[in-house]
Write a protein that binds this ligand. Structure first.
Ligand code: NI
Length: 200
């Protein structure tokens, strides 16, 4: 089913406005993981539910690098593209690198994205992708700590969610290593991931 052009535009306009903020201080991959992205503190503890109904926290994947993406399953094309790019980037990396990485999708639309919705959605992308949802309060908290912008647009069951769409790469110690803008090509993402993850 084709989504209305207007809805698609709202999604894109939101992205552009948030992306514009980052253009001022572009996140650049650095040699040293101790250098944070533009000195911004991003991230923190969370406790959510995965697509199998199990509790997952920021400590559930000890020793792994996290690739975090926030979005919603009804997103017409921004989220599918972002998640496809992550999938392609992971597919371009050696298996021993992928072993050290856990890709995670966190919904910004907990009202519609329940466990069942995530169960249908995450298999469309990388086989390791985990989908997380929670209560509205839990999702608000995780959005705030990861500096994710997401705002419901429109009324009725077919509302859209205008949201930022960065792909975060987070070190095993919880430090944000890099925030990839939405238009990052999979090959570029794979190269940067290799640079950070390959070292350890
Ligand atoms: Ni989206």
């Amino acid at each position: 089913m084709r989504m209305p052009v207007l809805s698609w535009m709202i999604c894109v306009i939101g992205l552009l406005s948030v992306a514009a903020l980052w253009v001022v201080r572009p996140p650049v991959p650095t040699e040293s993981p101790s250098q944070n992205v533009a000195g911004v503190t991003v991230g923190g503890p969370f406790s959510l539910i995965d697509q199998d109904g199990h509790t997952k926290t920021d400590k559930s994947w000890q020793g792994k690098y996290l690739i975090l993406y926030f979005g919603f399953t009804h997103c017409p094309d921004v989220c599918p593209l972002g998640l496809n790019n992550i999938t392609e980037a992971l597919n371009a990396l050696p298996e021993e690198t992928v072993e050290k990485i856990q890709p995670v999708f966190i919904t910004v639309d907990p009202l519609r994205d329940d466990v069942a919705a995530l169960k249908n959605y995450v298999p469309l992308f990388h086989k390791k992708l985990v989908g997380l949802t929670g209560t509205e309060k839990q999702i608000e908290a995780v959005k705030t700590s990861y500096r994710v912008y997401a705002q419901k647009q429109g009324a009725g069951p077919n509302y859209m969610v205008n949201h930022s769409a960065f792909t975060y790469l987070i070190a095993p110690n919880g430090e944000l290593l890099h925030a990839f803008p939405h238009n990052t090509a999979p090959s570029e993402m794979a190269d940067a991931i290799k640079k950070f993850v390959g070292k350890n």
